[in-house]
Structure formats: structure tokens, C-alpha cells
Design a protein around this ligand. Structure first.
Ligand code: SF4
Length: 311
């Protein structure tokens, strides 16, 4: 058996540093099918040092998948396709690589990737369904906001309508939808911050599936990082970050405006960047979440301190 530490390093030499993955994929085998990201959102430091490319040699990718079996035997239960938005590649190739992964790894249960909304909606419903049938399990989508103005300002390249459509296409195809929002992205203007929260709540309501299947919403808190466009905007005074109280007020409003009827919406704000950790079902736990946030607004000592927020 591999140790936990070894499990966390299911890598087969196919990756270009720096490498990122969602926290819940900490134990996944990482297989690069792209390098970098097609976009350059103003706040994102993740792939700035990489030039985007798609790995052309499918045989080489398959060799990596096979090599992992030679190294780890039947211990691989999750595969995460790297890099930034690996979902950009054509769906027949994604399907082929997903199918091959299950053929090689007998205990594989989950195949997932980061996806940009545009790369979901450009795929047909049939293609998405085929991907799901071949075992592609989940997309992680940085939606950031439901507010079209915020989405435009951060150069996300999507709108609320497109994000809602992408979510519905994934639900219908049978691909799990995991969405990440970014608190603080509208800056400290109270009106803009409130609109970012209310429009994000509206988007959450629109992302809800029509059948009771699990779907995921995770808010993160903005950290303005050196080297990004947002850092330059902050340095020039064009962008002013929110205070911790404003961030909590945004989170409160975002939850407050979500529908009472949401089902199976798994909500998790346990990410280290956040001031308050909430975990539960958004519909059922709404009242409890609001009480916890309100307590943190009134009492700063209840907030996660900066040294624990990885800042
Ligand atoms: S799409 Fe995601 S990974 Fe790519 S630049 Fe934007 S936030 Fe970063």
C-alpha cells in the first residue's frame, strides 16, 4: 500500500509546474492534457507563467495513464485532467481518454477537470452525455460571480445566462457541477459589493437542477496577488479590496437571496481563504448559515484569523 503522502503525489512526470487541483482532488492521479489556461482573468495568478497548449500526442497521454498503473497498480480511484481548463479539448478526445483511463485503472471511480463555461456550452448535449456515459464525472467551474458587470471587469469571458446554461447542460448530461464563487471581486464599493452578492444568489437559483441530484457551490475569498492585473489595479487605486466585514456581509446577502427550495445544493466555505467555514446543504441549512455569518459580523474574534487563511 502507498502511504497517504505518496497517494498525494500520484504524478507520472507529465506535468509542468506550477500545478493546481481542487482540494477535493488531493488524492487524484493528475494527467496533463493541456498546459496552462486559455484565459487571463484579472485576479488569477495560477497559470501566468505558462503558455497555453494542448498536448497533441494522444499516444503519449495514454502512456502516462498506463505508466501510472505500472507505478501504482490498482490503487488509482480518481483521475484529474490538468491544466487550467482541460475541458477545452474536443469531447471525442476527452471521451477517448476517459474510456482508456477506466480500461487501465480497474478501481477508477471519478474523472474530473477544471472547465470554463464557454467550453461547456460549446459542446453539444449529446457530446456531454457521451462523456458522462464514458465515466467523465465532474467539472469544477470558477464562475466567480453572477453579476455580468463583475464578470466583464475581471475578464472572465462569460455572463450569468451562459453560466446558468452550462450548469443545466451538465445536470442534464449527468456530469456533476461544482461551482466556485469569489467573494470580494467587486471591490469595496458597498453598492457594487451588494449587487455582486445578489446577482450571485440569482445565479445559484438558476443553476439548480430540476431533479434532486447533488450539485456544489463553494465561495472563496479574493486575495489580490502580485503579478496579476488586479494587483496593478489595486496599486493604482483603481481597485479597493473589501474589509473582512464586507466580505462577510457579501456572503450573508448571497445566502439570504438564495431560494428556500434549493435541493441537494452542497455548500462548502471551508476553504482556507474564507473568514467563516460553513458546510451543509444550502436549502436546509440556510437559517443556520445566516446565524453563523451574523455572529461573525458582530464578533470579529469568531473570524478565521489571517495567519490561518494562508495569507
Ligand atoms: S479561467 Fe480560471 S484558471 Fe483560467 S485564468 Fe481564469 S480563473 Fe484562472
Amino acid at each position: 500500500m502507498l502511504s497517504t503522502e505518496e497517494l498525494m503525489n500520484y504524478v507520472v512526470g507529465n506535468l509542468v509546474e506550477p500545478v493546481f487541483r481542487p482540494p477535493s482532488e488531493w488524492d487524484a492521479l493528475l494527467i496533463a492534457i493541456t498546459t496552462g489556461c486559455t484565459r487571463k482573468c484579472t485576479f488569477c495568478p495560477m497559470y501566468r507563467t505558462k503558455t497555453f497548449s494542448i498536448r497533441k500526442d494522444v499516444g503519449d497521454i495514454k502512456k502516462d495513464i498506463k505508466r501510472a498503473y505500472d507505478l501504482y497498480g490498482n490503487q488509482v480511484s480518481k483521475i484529474f485532467f490538468e491544466d487550467g481548463n482541460a475541458f477545452v479539448v474536443k469531447s471525442d478526445l476527452l471521451s477517448e481518454l476517459t474510456k482508456y483511463s477506466y480500461k487501465i485503472h480497474p478501481n477508477l471511480k471519478k474523472v474530473s477537470a477544471y472547465a470554463h463555461v464557454k467550453d461547456i456550452i460549446s459542446k453539444s448535449d449529446d457530446d456531454l452525455k457521451e462523456l458522462a456515459e464514458n465515466g467523465f464525472t465532474m467539472v469544477y467551474v470558477g464562475v466567480e460571480s453572477g453579476d455580468d458587470e463583475v464578470l466583464k471587469a475581471c475578464k472572465k469571458g462569460t455572463t450569468q445566462d451562459e453560466i446558468a446554461l452550462a450548469a443545466q447542460k451538465c445536470h442534464q448530461a449527468g456530469i456533476s457541477w461544482s461551482s466556485i464563487f469569489l467573494l470580494g471581486l467587486a471591490g469595496n464599493d458597498p453598492e457594487k459589493s451588494r449587487k455582486h452578492a445578489i446577482e450571485s444568489a440569482k445565479l445559484i437559483n438558476r443553476m439548480a437542477p430540476s431533479t434532486p441530484i447533488n450539485w456544489y457551490v463553494s465561495p472563496l475569498t479574493l486575495r489580490v496577488t502580485g503579478g496579476t492585473e488586479l494587483w496593478a489595479q489595486k496599486s493604482s487605486g483603481e481597485f479597493k479590496p473589501c474589509s473582512s466585514t464586507q466580505i462577510l456581509e457579501e456572503l450573508y446577502t448571497m445566502i439570504e437571496y438564495t431560494s428556500e427550495d434549493l435541493q441537494k445544493c452542497i455548500f462548502n466555505s471551508n476553504h482556507a481563504s474564507n473568514y467563516v467555514g460553513l458546510k451543509g446543504e444550502l436549502g436546509k441549512d440556510k437559517k443556520k448559515f445566516l446565524e453563523l455569518i451574523q455572529a461573525s459580523i458582530e464578533n470579529p474574534s469568531l473570524r478565521r484569523p489571517d495567519y490561518l487563511r494562508g495569507l
